[in-house]
Design a protein around this ligand. Structure first.
Ligand code: UDP
Length: 364
């Protein structure tokens, strides 16, 4: 039997891990013997019910075997404590693989703990780069990639990035898997509870990235743009707790036509995306979901890791520039031919789990 320890802790990781856990369960159900044991470690980075628990419930992710409850501290303390606690779990569990997702502190701590114990690391969403070294996520993904044994790349660009950094000279496997978020979007969009309709048009916006929330001039400019857009179309904002706190503390004013709601579960999020007319976001995942559900997207950042969306004109980078955001909203002509396959066809989890099994059986 192959044993995997999955490290997760932040909202987008629950969404990505759900598809892999479902595939692991499918493989086990299909064979007579249990082929894979998955031990889930939740670092506690996101802990509110609507940022964590709701995803486990709705998406039927197996309950974590370990909950490390590490949150509410600076990057150093958080990553350090995670490293210490994850190491303890790995010494006890001795897995064949440590599976990490994306680019958070939980990803980095998981990879670092595993690498010191010489446990093989599989990184899902490898090779992405923003080339902005001020982003904590960029540091996390570069370091995690370098420690990983197998790098599951979602796109051609992510593979090119690794080649440019000389990865063919390293002792690792680069696998083009496609994007696990596509798997989740296809699967969960098919569930009945995602069919809620809204009758009036609205734009869906999310803001949570540190480069926007921790810079008041950027945050104010984005809110100004949303205030302006809301004069013609309603704007719905499921607001991340961090952004909510800063908007409140800084007394930033939002127009009445902006509907601020608490963060929602994934099924409701899909319903909001499907019903919206456009997405404005600084989220990585949501940029792709806009494409999956055929909605134009304005990205509230200066760069993106999902460059193919921009080069194909499904997505426009508007930074935190009020005029640019409002102009993009009112007059940009986006590509509306969504037939192109940029992220695989929802088969990433099948590819990832089968590769892990094959590599365990000696194809190293
Ligand atoms: N999301 C959600 N509820 C919300 C806001 C976002 O389920 O209220 C989902 C969103 O659809 C996407 C994921 O959370 O799948 C993105 O997470 P986030 O924006 O926190 O992180 P990023 O993708 O930027 O790493």
């Amino acid at each position: 039997m192959m044993k995997i320890v999955t490290i997760l802790g932040a909202r987008p990781q629950f969404i990505k891990a759900a598809s892999i856990s479902r595939e692991i369960m499918r493989v086990n159900e299909k064979s007579n013997v249990k082929k894979i044991e998955e031990i889930i470690v939740h670092t506690g980075q996101h802990f509110d019910t609507n940022m964590s628990e709701i995803f486990f419930e709705e998406m039927k992710i197996p309950k974590p075997h370990y909950n490390l409850n590490i949150n509410g501290m600076g990057h150093g303390a958080m990553t350090g404590q995670m490293l210490e606690k994850i190491e303890e779990v790995l010494i006890k569990e001795r897995p064949d693989w440590v599976l990490v997702y994306g680019d958070t502190n939980s990803t980095l701590a998981g990879a670092l703990a595993a690498s010191k114990l010489h446990i093989k690391i599989a990184h899902v969403e490898a090779g992405l780069r923003s080339f902005n070294m001020k982003m904590p996520e960029e540091i996390n993904r570069i370091l995690t990639d370098r420690m990983s044994t197998v790098l599951f790349c979602p796109t051609d660009t992510s593979i090119d990035n690794l080649h440019r950094e000389g990865y063919e000279g390293f002792d690792c496997h680069i696998v083009k898997s496609g994007d696990v978020m596509q798997d989740g979007a296809l699967y969960y969009a098919g569930l009945e509870s995602t069919q809620t309709r809204r009758d009036t048009p609205f734009v869906l916006a999310t803001i949570h990235r540190a480069e926007n929330t921790d810079d008041i001039s950027r945050l104010s400019a984005i809110i100004d743009a949303l205030n302006e857009i809301s004069k013609s179309t309603a704007v719905t904002v499921p607001l991340h707790p961090r952004t909510k706190k800063i908007i409140h503390d800084q007394n930033i004013q939002l127009n009445d036509n902006i509907e601020v709601i608490d963060p929602v579960g994934y099924l409701e999020m899909i319903s909001l995306i499907k019903n919206s007319t456009m997405i404005l976001t600084d989220s990585g995942g949501l940029q792709k979901e806009a494409f999956f559900f055929k909605k134009p997207c304005i990205t509230l950042r200066d760069e993106t890791e999902w460059v193919e969306l921009v080069s194909h004109n499904f997505n426009l980078l508007a930074g935190a520039d009020k005029q640019k955001i409002v102009k993009a909203y009112s007059s940009h002509k986006f590509n509306d031919d969504y037939e192109i396959d940029l992220y695989g066809k929802g088969k990433a989890s099948v590819k990832i789990v089968s590769e892990l099994l094959a590599l365990k059986q000696g194809r190293m």
